[in-house]
Design a protein around this ligand. Structure first.
Ligand code: B16
Ligand code: MG
Length: 308
């Protein structure tokens, strides 16, 4: 199963506008005398404007204190604050690693989409100078359910004409990771504060995005896996090489911390490193993939040696 599309969240992934959303809400909350801090703000990431306001009101036990009209006026005030803050955004504000990651993916023939529930997304992408780089940009006005609902990611996949299992989503929020996974896609998390689901590939920052590693990781993770039963020898007794997989673990989704390799076969073990014990999984991974990952080592002369 190949990755055919990358679907990006915008705020906090392509650019650091998440901090401007926080500042804009903070300005409103301060004026109203309401509590609102960075921890509270985590709950707002990926959430629509009105839903965000309702979370702030709920935190301050004021959910029922305003009419819808008053809430809409507050949302307008927050948005005015936000629009002022993003007015100075330029291409310099694209987060590290994003431009190369996008260029590499495009060069490999992948489609790119944006799944942002922000109604300011088109303006922001224009200021960043990359609006024409995407094959599809979801229209936030037509999305009825905020993340963690998968709607926006599903709409992106459908509009690109690519099956969800061939899509990888990139998000900075817990709600976004839940949305990606609920859509049936693999998720890359950028510095996500995990409160429920862990991203399939958690990264600390966009600077760690590496398109080559990602493709190989997804191919690897999706390779057919058979569970080897308790005590069964995996190959009739050949020598195995234990590879230090710290690097691999950072890039491979669903792979345990120890990998045993023999020729084109890759045996994934649990952290105990017991090659023939409980929970051992055996899968065949294309030789090229193993070589790309730098984990093939010649054991029986059938492969030229490439060692991690
Ligand atoms: P707007 P994303 C989301 O964008 C933000 O994370 C969230 O904080 C914001 O409330 C929402 O967009 C709506 O934005 O008020 O500009 O329409 O993370 O989905 O790119
Ligand atoms: Mg975001």
């Amino acid at each position: 199963m190949k990755t055919k599309a990358i679907i990006f969240d915008l705020d906090g992934v392509i650019t650091d506008s998440a901090k401007y959303h926080f500042e804009a809400w903070k300005e409103l909350a301060d004026r109203l005398g309401y509590k609102f801090d960075e921890d509270d703000n985590e709950r707002l990431k990926g959430v629509s404007r009105l839903d965000s306001l309702n979370i702030i009101l709920e935190i301050n036990n004021a959910l029922d204190a305003f009419t819808l009209e008053e809430k809409e006026a507050m949302c307008t005030e927050k948005n005015d604050n936000y629009v002022n803050l993003i007015a100075k955004v330029t291409p310099e504000d694209i987060l590290p690693g994003i431009a190369k990651f996008m260029a590499d993916a495009k060069a490999a023939g992948l489609k790119l989409a944006v799944a942002s529930v922000s109604k300011n997304a088109p303006a922001l992408l224009t200021s960043l100078g990359i609006i024409d780089e995407f094959d599809y940009i979801a229209d936030a006005r037509k999305i009825s359910k905020s993340k963690p609902d998968p709607e926006i990611f599903t709409v992106c996949a459908e509009s690109l004409g690519i099956a969800p299992e061939n899509c990888v989503g990139v998000e900075d929020s817990q709600a976004g990771i839940e949305a990606i996974n609920a859509a049936g896609m693999k998720s890359i998390g950028i510095n996500v504060t995990v409160t429920s689901i862990t991203p399939d590939l958690p990264l600390k920052s966009t600077a760690e995005l590496d398109f080559g590693k990602l493709c190989r990781a997804v191919e690897c993770a999706l390779a057919e896996i058979d569970v080897v039963t308790d005590g069964e020898r995996v190959d009739g007794g050949g020598e195995y090489v234990v590879v230090d997989t710290r690097v691999i673990c950072e890039s491979v989704i669903f792979v345990g911390p120890v990998v045993f390799v023999r020729g084109a076969e890759c045996v994934l073990a649990d952290s105990s490193g017991v090659a023939d014990g409980d929970g051992l999984k055996l899968c065949t991974i294309a030789e090229g993939v193993c070589a790309d990952l730098g984990i093939i080592r010649a054991l029986d002369g059938s492969n030229s040696g490439v060692s991690a």
